[in-house]
Each structure stands twice: as structure tokens, then as C-alpha cells.
Design a protein around this ligand. Structure first.
Ligand SMILES: C[S@@+](CC[C@H](N)C(=O)[O-])C[C@H]1O[C@@H](n2cnc3c(N)ncnc32)[C@H](O)[C@@H]1O
Length: 299
């Protein structure tokens, strides 16, 4: 039998102020590894008040309506049941973007921001490169790059309909022209729809199958297994990505992929089939992405 969650403390007496409700939220929200109840409280409050955090920070004596209190109480309940904060607010930040997210779609992570920034550096100098983003999810990498290079041709491949609906919504929000290919990266028919590219990016599923049951419940129970599961060793997608890079990259083009813990050596060997390989680290200093560049053709 699972242990009952402790009851949520009662919200402050009404009418209450922004400062009081924020204190209540920070106490009522669960303290989880990597999560800050104070930051989550501020995010939920900003969401329900439909405002920027700075507005209510500057006006913490403002009175909160009963309706807002009730909505916050319900959101706290859902959060305490493990639902990701980003599903509650319907959005996730990624570099300078705020992306629509929702159940069934992978929530973009800060770890992937480094990959997007490095991908931009791998682009050729010309104004209109072709970029293919494999396993695109709701579009963080593709939309970031499309905004940085407005004349680029951007093709985003994603298997899950729920994710592609959000990907299209995000592309429309930022007014970028993405070509969305809905399909399986392993299917020959899908691949026939991809163009020759100057850059291939991918943050594929890379968690070893046996690790999935031990993930934090808010990931394991809420995000689609198909977005996480990289097969027995977590490496299922990388040989396919290398094969595509060999087949679709123009000479001088590059491929960059995100990796999980302990995968740098194996992925370096796999992408070695494309060309010279290197490894990059995330802000915590962990190996987080690997890239390879196809040789230029000698003239
Ligand atoms: C780890 S998520 C990354 C999503 C996005 N690139 C990001 O960084 O937020 C992996 C994505 O690959 C998609 N995916 C899984 N299997 C796939 C396949 N066989 N072909 C294409 N996409 C796939 C999942 O639906 C998921 O959106």
C-alpha cells in the first residue's frame, strides 16, 4: 500500500495578498530533487494571474481573488500528484523561446540548450543552409535555429502526432516556416522525404530501457515512453542517425546529437563513420553532445 501524501496546509484566510498566497504555495508544493518550490510557486502564480513575475514581485500586497485562490489550490493538488509543472502551465522555456507543451509530448530541457547553441556554430556561413532536426518533439532546436537563420530551410521529423501538433503550434507562434515530416526515423519511406542537409540535429530517446522504471515519477508516469526509451543500451538511435548523416549530409556538413550519461565513448565511435568527431559538455560539466563533420570534397 502506498503511503498517503500529507494533507496540503489550508490556504491563508481571505482576502489574502500575493505575498501570502506565494508563501502558502511554496509550503504546499512538493520539494523534489532539482525542483524549487519557491520558483514553482512564482511560476504558477504568474500563470494564473496571466502576468510576468516581475509585476507581482513589485506588487506583493495586491489582493488575490477567491477564483485565483481556488485555481491555485487545484493546480497544487495536480502538482502534488506528480504532474510536471510545464504540463500545468502549458509552456516550457527554451533559450529565448516559450514553447507550448502538453501531455504526451517531451518537455524541452535546459540540457538541450547547449546543443542548440553549438548547432548554430556548426552551420556554414552561407545565408540559406538546409537543416534537418530528427526527433524534433515540440520543436525547441528547430525553432531556435529557424529564428537565428531566417532564410534556412528547416525540416523537422517527429513520430508522435501529439508532439507534431504542438510543434506546428510553436512554429506558428514564432512565425517560422518549418516543414514538418510526421514519421519514423527508421522507416525508409520517411527518409525518402528528407533533403540533402548542411546540418542534422537530434535529441533522440537515449535512456536505457531498464532505467526507465527508476526515473522520477513525474518523468516516468507522465512523459511518453517513446520519447525516452533508447533500447537496451540507450544507443538504439545513434547508428541510424550516423547512417542518415552519411547519406544526407552535404560535404562539409555536420551532425550533432544529444547523449546521456556514459554514452560519449560509444556515440563517438558510431559518429566516427561520418567524419571527425568531438564531444561537448553541458553547464554541469557532463558530456552532453557529440558532433561530427563530413569532410569537404577536395577540389
Ligand atoms: C528526447 S525527445 C526530444 C524532443 C526534442 N528534440 C527536444 O529536445 O525537446 C525524443 C523525441 O523523439 C521522438 N521519437 C521517438 N521515436 C522516434 C522515431 N522512431 N522517429 C522519429 N521520432 C521519434 C519522440 O516522440 C520525442 O519527441
Amino acid at each position: 500500500m502506498s503511503a498517503a501524501r500529507p494533507a496540503v496546509a489550508a490556504p491563508p484566510e481571505r482576502p489574502c495578498t500575493v505575498a501570502e498566497i506565494k508563501r502558502f504555495l511554496a509550503e504546499a508544493l512538493p520539494a523534489r530533487e532539482g525542483a524549487s518550490p519557491r520558483a514553482e510557486a512564482a511560476a504558477l502564480l504568474a500563470f494564473v494571474l496571466d502576468t510576468e513575475r516581475s509585476v507581482f514581485v513589485a506588487d506583493s500586497n495586491r489582493t488575490v481573488s477567491d477564483e485565483v485562490c481556488e485555481r491555485l489550490r487545484r493546480l497544487v493538488e495536480r502538482r502534488r500528484a506528480g504532474e510536471p509543472l510545464q504540463y500545468l502551465t502549458g509552456s516550457a522555456p527554451f533559450l529565448d523561446l516559450t514553447l507550448a507543451v502538453g501531455p504526451g509530448a517531451f518537455v524541452p530541457r535546459p540540457e538541450t540548450e547547449g546543443l542548440a547553441l553549438h548547432a548554430e556554430r556548426l552551420l556554414p556561413a552561407g545565408p540559406a543552409p538546409t537543416i534537418v532536426d530528427l526527433c524534433a518533439g515540440v520543436g525547441p532546436v528547430a525553432i531556435y535555429l529557424a529564428r537565428r537563420r531566417p532564410r534556412a530551410r528547416l525540416v523537422a521529423l517527429e513520430a508522435e502526432e501529439k508532439a507534431t501538433a504542438l510543434l506546428r503550434q510553436n512554429a506558428a507562434r514564432y512565425e517560422v516556416a518549418l516543414e514538418v515530416v510526421v514519421g519514423d526515423a527508421f522507416a525508409p519511406a520517411t527518409m525518402a522525404r528528407l533533403p540533402a542537409a548542411d546540418l542534422i540535429t537530434a535529441n533522440p530517446p537515449y535512456i536505457p530501457s531498464a532505467v526507465i522504471p527508476n526515473l522520477p515519477p513525474e518523468v516516468r508516469d507522465w512523459e511518453a515512453a517513446s520519447a525516452l526509451d533508447g533500447g537496451p543500451d540507450g544507443l538504439r538511435f545513434y547508428p541510424r542517425i550516423a547512417e542518415l548523416a552519411v547519406g544526407y549530409l552535404r560535404p562539409g556538413g555536420a551532425v550533432i546529437v544529444e547523449i546521456g550519461e556514459g554514452q560519449a565513448g560509444a556515440v563517438k565511435r558510431i559518429l566516427g563513420a561520418v567524419g571527425e568527431v568531438a564531444v561537448g559538455q553541458d553547464l554541469a560539466g557532463r558530456d552532453r553532445y557529440v558532433w561530427a563533420r563530413r569532410e569537404e570534397v577536395a577540389t
